[in-house]
Design a protein around this ligand. Structure first.
Ligand SMILES: Cc1ncc(COP(=O)(O)O)c(C=O)c1O
Length: 509
């Protein structure tokens, strides 16, 4: 269904008049009409959120023909751009925000996040300088840390879990080499190191190894137990073997919620091994860290206080727009030494060089404020703190807790139903909000192939869309509930769809 802008003609006429009055239509960038324009886009988004339109790839959708136009020499004006967004772009967006979408670990942003991002893009495009937005950068990091049980840590935002892990491991590299009197940020690495991570770790850990110059092969994958948790005996063996071989143990990476199944590694025991061996202890909680809010499983997060670094992605479970992760460390100075930029005249000269005796700040440009750009890999970066602040301020810790508990309960409900049903099999019992399961029947010879076909049919129905993964070698349907709009009816409807499609496919056998 195509949404047509109401009063579009009037609006375009107004726009044409504004352009004409300005006598420079090709340069028109500001109209003073944001209230109207955002209202138009908001109406289009409200319509989108009814989820009544078909998938973007539906044969009737002709957006590609409309959008695939040559480079325009003359602009069409903001009114037409707004109309194009509302009529052709927004209705052909992604299935990710749908309540029944449970693929990967991703979701649509909530209204609070959308409003805060839009506000920041106009009122504070950069996170530095003394502004309300810059203030919220730090305040929200502190709120986030407190909410997730790591309140004594200091944070920095980045674009996602991949970069957040990279920053944390940059801190680990700095710490490990500095203890040997060597500065790896300045001089590069001068010996082989190992990073121990479970075989269920996110693959961005290996990429971080490549970027940090220690090599992807420096990541030693430690075997997991039957529940997808790192095996302590294998970890200890690997560390001991490296010590004998003269390889420097640089970091241990534990999962607080694996990507595949949501397993939580034994954090306390791993933290103690890290402490005994003076190894940096990193916890990847990109997805699972907010799970600590669920009293039923909060004990699994014991040991977080031993961590040297922890990451969490507000754009996963907290409803932030994509592009927001946080790395927390005990002392940001370590990140400063790992990532600080060389001084640049065009930056340093533009603010006062302040020390303790400097007068009170009187202008937002008196200095840059907390130098987040020295704690990671981005100089220009959006204000992400205002988004996290808005999300937490809107529903509070209690609201976040209810969401996390609801999602975990959904996964448990799914598992219970599947365990009781003769045509369903649970492949991994949920710890958090993921339940891996499959359709079974004595008539099916190749269960992997059958469930793969079932999954393709399911996704094409465009309502309940889990992804798949492999659990102990078997193909599993893998719903992961993190979306603010996801609720219990989506679980029942997913089960109904899987059983219906499964029965139907069985008739072809
Ligand atoms: C445990 C874990 N770490 C890191 C990442 C990477 O996060 P991002 O996709 O935000 O870069 C993911 C992504 O799903 C993840 O599940």
């Amino acid at each position: 269904m195509e949404v047509r802008l109401k009063n579009n003609e009037d609006f375009l006429n107004t726009q044409a008049r504004i352009c004409k009055e300005a006598m420079m239509p090709t340069e028109q960038a500001e109209t003073g009409n944001l209230q109207i324009l955002l209202g138009q886009v908001g109406a289009g988004l409200d319509e989108y959120l009814k989820f009544e339109h078909p998938d973007a790839m539906h044969p009737n959708n002709c957006w590609r023909e409309f959008l695939d136009s040559p480079l325009p020499q003359q602009g069409v004006g903001i009114g037409q751009v707004t109309a194009d967004l509302v009529n052709h772009v927004i209705p052909n967006g992604s299935p990710v925000p749908r309540p029944g979408f449970s693929s990967f670990i991703t979701t649509g942003s909530t209204s609070a996040s959308t409003l805060a991002s839009a506000a920041a893009s106009i009122a504070s495009p950069q996170r530095y300088m003394h502004t309300a937005f810059n203030f919220l950068e730090e305040l929200s990091l502190q709120w986030l840390a407190k909410m997730c049980g790591i309140e004594n840590m200091q944070g920095v935002y980045s674009s996602g879990g991949s970069v957040a892990n990279l920053i944390a491991l940059g801190g680990a590299r700095q710490s490990a080499f500095e203890r040997l009197g060597h500065d790896p940020a300045a001089d590069g690495v001068n010996r082989s190191v190992s990073v121990y991570a479970s075989e269920e770790c996110h693959h961005t850990i290996q990429r971080s190894g490549g970027i940090l110059g220690i090599g992807r092969h420096a990541i030693k994958l430690i075997a997991c137990d039957s529940k997808g948790r790192m095996r302590l005996d294998c970890l200890q063996k690997a560390i001991a073997a490296d010590k004998v071989a003269g390889i420097l143990p640089m970091a241990i990476v534990a999962n607080a919620g694996t990507t595949n199944t949501g397993a939580i590694d034994p954090l306390q025991a791993i933290g103690e091994i890290a402490t005994e061996n003076s190894i940096w202890f990193h916890v990847d909680g990109a997805y699972g860290l907010p799970g600590i809010l669920d009293e039923q499983i909060s004990h699994l997060f014991q040991g977080l206080d031993l961590a040297d670094s922890v990451i969490v992605d507000p754009h996963k479970w907290l409803g932030a727009s994509v592009g927001i992760a946080a790395t927390f460390v005990r002392d940001r100075q370590c990140l400063y030494r790992a990532f600080t930029q060389e001084p640049a005249d065009y930056l340093e000269g533009s603010v006062e060089q302040r020390d303790q005796s400097a007068p009170a700040i009187e202008h937002s440009l008196d200095d840059f404020g907390i130098p987040y750009f020295d704690f990671g890999v981005e100089l220009s970066a959006p204000c992400r703190g205002v988004v996290v602040w808005a999300l937490i301020r809107e529903i509070g810790v209690q609201g976040m807790r209810e969401r996390v508990k609801r999602h975990n309960a959904m996964a448990r409900h799914l598992a219970q139903y599947a365990n009781d049903h003769p045509n369903l099999e649970v492949l991994s019992e949920p710890t958090l909000s993921i339940c891996c399961f499959r359709y079974i029947s004595p008539h099916i010879v190749d269960l992997d192939d059958f469930n793969q076909r079932l999954h393709r049919r399911l996704v094409r129905e465009n309502k309940y869309m889990p992804s798949t993964t492999r659990v102990k070698g078997s193909l599993a349907l893998r719903p992961c509930y993190v979306g603010a709009r996801a609720d219990h009816p989506q679980v029942d409807a997913l089960l109904e769809s899987v059983l219906r499609i499964g029965k139907d496919l069985e008739t072809d056998i």
